[in-house]
Write a protein that binds this ligand. Structure first.
Ligand code: PMP
Length: 306
């Protein structure tokens, strides 16, 4: 990732990709106290557009607030930086990674004297779990790692350190031959994937776990809104793993994963063991929306050239 052409927005300036480095004593590298976002830009008829830029920028600042991290730039600057990162890397579509992290002024737990730095990188990135996964669905395993307890780390913050838990879960699932992990909360109820929220469909209704120990996903919110507009009922509730086993359909949502059908959990086929009809309908609508083919949802798109 580091050795490539392009530019990265770094503390207010565009710097060559290869020069966007930091010191090995960077505090966040040692302790994981940082916040980030994952954002996507899509090619539309009107030009390249960032999907729900405002909501992603708001969540970045909310994450920083939760961690008590002072942001050295305002939201407008970070939003403009994201547009510029896509534009100046000449991307038609891609993934964006804004991140705020502490500097290398001091070691030790206290972050009091540290500066905060912000970067925005953007690069071309296709389907996160593979193009095939979007059509055929993925095989998922319930993780032996529980999702964070709400009072151990802050699940509403998209914080760097939280992803150690995600990586442990994903690594275990992948080593066992699965595509992704499903994490349960500390009480044993379904929380989310390593980088995705989860939905199940039963008798035409959508169910998704409440947000107690899951990230407030922007794709999740998009799907809830689109499903409601399509006349589907969406229920937020505690979900057990056997409710997933016996669901008619299940899918993950996330900026990277988009809308990915789950065809199997713990070796049990879900429904027909392939992408279900409601999942397909929502997925189609989702791609229409992000690619600017849904006139009533253009408000969610920000053209990078404007
Ligand atoms: N949960 C976790 C743990 C994630 O990392 C992500 C990806 N940001 C999501 C859910 C989905 O969030 P979003 O739809 O906003 O990308």
């Amino acid at each position: 990732m580091a050795d490539r052409d392009g530019v990265i927005w770094y503390d207010g300036k565009m710097v060559p990709w290869r020069d966007a480095t930091t010191h090995v004593l960077t505090h966040t590298l040692h302790y994981g106290m940082g916040v980030f976002e994952g954002v996507r830009a899509y090619k539309t008829d009107k030009g390249t557009a960032i999907f729900r830029l405002q909501e992603h920028t708001d969540r970045l600042f909310r994450s920083a607030h939760i961690l008590g991290m002072k942001m050295p730039f305002d939201k407008q600057t970070i939003a403009e930086a994201q547009k510029a990162a896509v534009r100046e890397n000449k991307l038609e579509s891609g993934y964006l990674r804004p991140m705020a992290f502490y500097g290398a002024e001091a070691m030790g737990i206290s972050a009091k004297t540290l500066s905060t730095h912000v970067i925005v990188a953007a690069w071309a990135w296709g389907a996160y779990l593979g193009k095939e996964a979007l059509e055929n669905g993925i095989r998922v395993k319930t993780s032996s790692f529980a999702r964070h307890h709400v009072n151990i780390t802050m699940c509403k913050a998209k914080a760097n350190g939280n992803y150690m838990n995600s990586i442990l879960a994903h690594q275990e699932a992948a080593q066992d031959g699965y595509d992704e992990a499903l994490l349960l909360d500390v009480d044993g109820f379904v929380a989310e994937g390593s980088g995705e929220n989860v939905f199940i469909v039963r008798k035409g209704k959508l169910f998704t776990p409440d947000l107690t120990s899951a990230l407030e996903g922007i794709t999740r919110d998009t799907i809830v809104q689109l499903a409601t507009e399509m006349g589907l009922e969406v229920v937020e509730k505690r979900i057990t793993r056997d409710e997933v086993y016996s669901a008619d359909e299940a899918f993950f949502t996330g900026t990277a994963a988009e809308v990915t059908p789950i065809r199997e959990l713990d070796n049990r086929p879900i429904g027909a063991g392939k992408r279900g009809p409601i999942t397909e309908k929502l997925q189609t609508k989702f791609f229409d929306v992000v690619m600017g083919r849904s006139p009533e949802h253009m408000g969610w798109l920000t053209l990078v050239d404007q």
